[in-house]
Design a protein around this ligand. Structure first.
Ligand code: SF4
Ligand code: SF4
Length: 488
């Protein structure tokens, strides 16, 4: 591979339009029908065409179906995924996460943000190109637009035409469809914070609360606006990830790249006139199809650009052109700058960024697993009375007092029995049983007495035990110190 110094320069060429092309080649005539004006400076109307990356895009986009389905899944008779903010509890497939376990959610966030950074270091903005909810929703919205309004050239003409009843008739079904998707998106989002079935029931009886109504209206409108109206402008102008991704990639990151050496000088395929030498052209026939399919209106032949979301659709487009003109595929391909500079790409496990990101991700994953494995359905805390620390009884006993707090993290009502073990002669008084509702805290006052003669030190270990009478598997212990005066 030759040194490709010009790979990231702007060569000033933007691609010719259909009427500038010479279609004297049979293969090119087939391509010619696909060539479209790119965009008018306003909304990008990208052409859709089949291909490997288009298929991958649909597959990855389909993961988002889960957003609409999960609120209806049940687990042990409860909503499987419920972020119950009012009661400060998160229910995740039978596991209840209370505020004191929130560190686990922090680990989940750390894991996914590092996963995003690691994937960006390896393959650029693959999150944007294949998974991002904005990109996916825009893709679905423009698919609907194409079905209702036709191919890009038709849509551009429609956009440019004056408002009329006819235009409104064409546009209205699209807006209704977008609005419905926006509403379903907003509704599904809110259904993670309240019972989904109950939310539907309350919709039809007009019993939504003001918060639910506001969130659903705002989210419906913003989905419509960002995915339907703003589209690629959201990625370019609003998305913070687009701004920081430059710091995450390096010369070893593979992104869709135009092979400048192979493609240039680009130009129309022409039959040489008798006696003339055929022009020495590169493989790019300047058909503009790679630009026409780009959802952000980027011309990848100008090099890596801010607007490129690495969706690979231009690769599909160019490969189809190469097939037709019988040239090898890959004029535009996923490649790194290092590869074009003739360097060998080191394996993933030898790249410093990947190593660092993976190490932090592994830490977060281990902590999450540890948290899940050690998570008990019961949490016990005992607060020792500070004033006084102990009481000397007239019968020779020393008394200590605790406030015992029991957190019920299970989904069932708990009947907790409190007992204490320690030195010989220990007696205790407590509410024998505390009834605790799921996700709630129950408390009792505990008095422990030990004969002074049995205490050898000012601090003697005792253990407070709590047992759920309804479920013998659920219990907890708390080690604490029984305090007494110095012996004279
Ligand atoms: S330039 Fe290619 S990879 Fe980048 S956004 Fe456009 S179509 Fe997708
Ligand atoms: S890079 Fe490929 S798709 Fe783009 S103009 Fe050249 S030949 Fe056409």
């Amino acid at each position: 591979m030759s040194d490709n110094k010009d790979l990231y320069r702007d060569n000033g060429q933007t691609g010719s339009l259909l009427d500038e092309m010479s279609l004297d080649n049979k293969n090119l005539q087939n391509i010619g029908v696909e060539i479209l004006p790119v965009h008018t400076g306003g909304t990008v109307h990208a052409k859709r065409m089949p291909g490997k990356f288009r298929t991958i895009k649909w597959i990855t986009a389909s993961f988002w179906i889960a957003l609409f389905v999960f609120p209806y899944l049940r687990w042990d008779g409860h909503q499987a995924l419920l972020f119950d903010l009012a009661n400060r509890q998160f229910h995740i497939f039978g596991i209840t996460i209370l505020p004191q376990d929130i560190w686990m959610l922090a680990m989940i966030l750390l894991f996914f943000s590092l996963l995003l950074a690691a994937s960006t270091a390896v393959a650029g903005r693959m999150w944007c190109g294949y998974f991002c909810f904005h990109t996916v929703w825009t893709d679905v919205f423009t698919w609907i637009e194409e079905k209702l309004e036709g191919q890009p050239n038709k849509r551009i003409k429609l956009d440019e035409s004056k408002m009329s009843l006819g235009k409104l008739k064409i546009k209205l079904p699209k807006f209704i469809a977008w609005g419905l998707i926006g509403f379903l998106t907003a509704f599904s989002f809110v259904a993670y914070f309240t019972d989904a079935f109950d939310l539907w029931a309350r919709l039809f009886s007009f019993e939504w609360g003001s918060t639910e109504t506001t969130v659903i209206l705002v989210l419906t409108a913003s989905t419509f606006f960002f995915a339907g109206i703003l589209r690629e402008q959201t990625c370019i102008g609003f998305c913070p990830y687009a701004r920081i991704q430059g710091a995450m990639i390096d010369t070893q990151t593979v992104v869709p790249t135009y092979d400048n050496d192979r493609g240039e000088p680009r130009g129309r395929m022409k039959r040489a006139k008798p006696g003339e030498e055929a022009p020495d052209l590169g493989d790019c026939i300047d058909c503009n199809l790679c630009v026409a399919v780009c959802p952000t209106g980027v011309d990848i032949r100008r090099g890596q650009q801010f607007g490129c979301i690495t969706c690979g659709l231009c690769i599909d487009a160019c490969d189809s052109v190469m097939d037709k003109i019988k040239k090898p595929r890959g004029l535009i391909r996923y490649a790194s700058l290092a590869e074009f500079a003739g360097q060998k790409l080191p394996p993933l496990f030898k790249r410093p960024r990947v190593i660092v990101y993976t190490a932090i991700m592994s830490f977060a994953a281990i902590m999450m697993v540890y948290g899940l494995l050690t998570m008990s359905p019961i949490d016990l805390k005992a607060l020792h009375e500070r004033s006084p620390l102990f009481v000397q009884m007239s019968d020779g006993n020393i008394q200590n007092k605790w406030t015992v707090k029991v957190v019920n993290k299970s989904n069932e009502v708990m009947l907790a029995n409190v007992t204490v073990t320690g030195p010989e002669g220990l007696t205790f008084v407590a509410d024998k049983q505390i009834t605790i509702q799921p996700g709630n805290v129950g408390a009792t006052t505990l008095f422990v007495r030990i004969p002074k003669k049995n205490l050898t030190d000012t601090s003697t270990p005792v253990v407070i035990h709590v047992q759920d009478i309804n479920n013998e598997q659920i219990s907890a212990s708390y080690e604490t110190a029984f305090l007494s005066p110095k012996k004279r």
